[in-house]
Design a protein around this ligand. Structure first.
Ligand code: BES
Ligand code: MN
Ligand code: ZN
Length: 507
């Protein structure tokens, strides 16, 4: 959408666009009015299309001698129900309008309307928060991925947006929002990368590159390392592919003495570079799009990017990516195989398409045994069932620890990445018992499949360890082309995890 996006702290005299906000049914606020020197914006609000609906755009044109070429009046919706979160979508609408008019220098002053409306009374709304949400929205809208387009691509000239605001807190917020969107966009590009390019080795290389770029420790366990460490889920699921499985461990270590002493937060990501279903092959087009079965891991990588470049918490954060390709060949693991895990638990494979939980089990065992975590959060495109249940509106999540639940839910509200908790109960764990081994990886009755996944995973987390499992199969991709979203990967989880870590740095 844009060639580049940046924030400038200097307010330049003349700009291509001045962005002002107004609420449904309200006139222009007094401060915005002062910027509307010729009164063209106020006049435009009398037009019938000026509905005030959130994200609706009305344009006004000052005379040729004015320092402002164009005014974009953005509807903020109903005053009484306004939330900071709405600003992401609103920023998307502003961004679409800016892109269409090929704007360059843009002065964003929607904070004036918002500040007066809400900062003046009851609810407190920080300008930095609104600026961040606005920056996130613009940055998310700005994601472009043309790496896989060829000679038939029509080259379009995109504008270089430079944003400024008279409110330095709003401005700083925008800078931060753009940075968080950049981390998210890194995840989205990885998600978009096709499986013949984004192989297991490629994903490991991306982790190494990220580590070099932002300063993280990195270890890649592969081949004999996996055997030595008894990471049997990865070994088995990855057996059929020429692209060999691996586990990536990244670690963020804070600068300054003593800061690294606290228990780390551990983030785990399912990173299936392709999921054919294995010998329990996916049918009826169920395979298309399974390049995105790596999106849990991609989100964890994006979160580590944000943590190292934006959040910089005063505690360690460890990321574990279980990377494999679920393919078919004569070497494939099969239904009826039994796998023994490093914690001694044995699993009878009943369905090779329930592979995510098998590779996540390795990472969860590893985390509990080796990392001494404060808590663990895993992200995985685990089940089609969660898509049926919650669609693309909420991720399904499981967490039996009340304190961690509060943290995850607060991060969800802050980031706008919605989670809905699903239940856990001993009877679900009962459903995962095997007549042959300890557990089956899938109960053939297919009941409550997202919960089956979580119940299975719980056998690999030590009792009392705070742990949240987030099933992102419904939210990692969107067909929407509205607000700050374009059709494609969403990078879901990057901002939630960044916000989680930020709120919990122990500062
Ligand atoms: N990667 C899939 C889940 C998935 C489905 C993600 C649709 C995104 C969109 C997962 O590995 C899978 O195949 N799950 C099976 C589990 C079943 C065999 C127990 C499912 O949900 O059908
Ligand atoms: Mn599968
Ligand atoms: Zn899968």
């Amino acid at each position: 959408m844009f060639q580049s996006l940046a924030v400038s702290s200097k307010l330049s005299g003349s700009v291509d666009v001045l962005v002002l906000g107004y609420f449904n049914g309200q006139p222009l606020d007094a401060k915005s009015k002062r910027l509307d020197i010729e009164g063209v914006a106020a006049a435009a609000l009398a037009r019938p299309e000026a509905t005030g609906e959130a994200g609706s755009v009305v344009e006004a044109f000052p005379s040729a001698k004015s320092a402002v070429k164009r005014i974009v009046l953005i509807g903020l919706g109903e005053k009484g129900v306004f939330t900071v979160g709405a600003l992401r979508g609103i920023a998307g609408s502003v961004g679409r309008s800016l892109a269409a008019s090929k704007a360059g220098l843009v002065r964003v002053e929607i904070g004036l309307a918002i500040g007066l409306a809400i900062g003046g009374g009851g609810e407190e709304l920080e300008a930095s928060e609104s600026g961040q949400a606005f920056g996130e929205g613009l940055g998310l809208l700005g994601w472009v991925c043309e790496e896989f387009k060829g000679s038939r691509l029509k080259v379009t000239k995109r504008s270089r947006l430079v944003l400024s605001s008279s409110d330095s807190d709003f401005s700083a917020g925008m800078t931060r929002g753009l940075a968080l969107a950049e981390s998210t966009n890194f995840t989205r590009t990885l998600s978009q990368t096709p499986p013949n390019i984004a192989t297991t080795g490629y994903m490991a290389e991306q982790a190494r590159k990220l580590a070099r770029k932002v300063g993280l420790k990195v270890t890649v366990l592969e081949g004999q390392d996996l055997v030595r460490e008894r990471l049997q889920g990865l070994i088995n699921v990855g057996k059929a592919s020429e692209n060999k499985p691996c586990m990536v461990r990244l670690e963020y270590v804070p600068k300054g003495s003593g800061a690294g002493a606290k228990k780390p937060i551990v983030l785990v990501g399912k990173t299936m570079t392709y999921d054919t279903g294995g010998l329990s092959l996916k049918i009826n087009n169920g395979m298309v799009g399974m390049k995105r079965d790596k999106d849990g891991g991609c989100a964890v990588l994006g979160a580590m990017h944000a943590i190292a470049t934006v959040i910089k918490p005063r505690r360690r954060v460890v990321a574990l990516l279980s990377i494999a390709e679920n393919s078919i060949s004569d070497e494939a693991y099969r239904p009826d195989d039994v796998i023994t895990y490093r914690n001694g638990v044995t699993v009878e494979v009943t369905n090779t398409d329930a592979e995510g939980r098998l590779v996540l089990a390795d990472a969860l065992c590893w985390a509990c045994e080796k990392e001494n975590p404060a808590y663990i959060v895993d992200l995985a495109t685990l089940t089609g069932g969660v898509v049926v249940a919650l669609g693309s509106v909420f991720a399904g999540y499981f967490c039996e620890d009340a304190r961690l639940r509060e943290k995850v839910e607060a991060a969800s509200v802050a980031s706008g990445e919605r989670v809905w908790r699903l239940p856990m109960h001993a009877e679900y764990v009962e459903m995962m018992k095997s007549p042959v081994a300890d557990l089956v990886n899938s109960n053939p009755n297919r009941k409550a499949s997202p919960i089956q996944g979580a119940a299975f995973l719980s056998a690999f987390v030590t009792p009392k360890m705070p742990w949240a499992h987030i099933d992102i199969a419904g939210v990692h991709v969107s067909e929407k082309n509205a607000g700050c979203w374009v059709d494609g990967p969403t990078g879901w989880g990057v901002r939630l995890l960044a916000s989680l870590v930020e709120a919990d740095t122990g500062k």
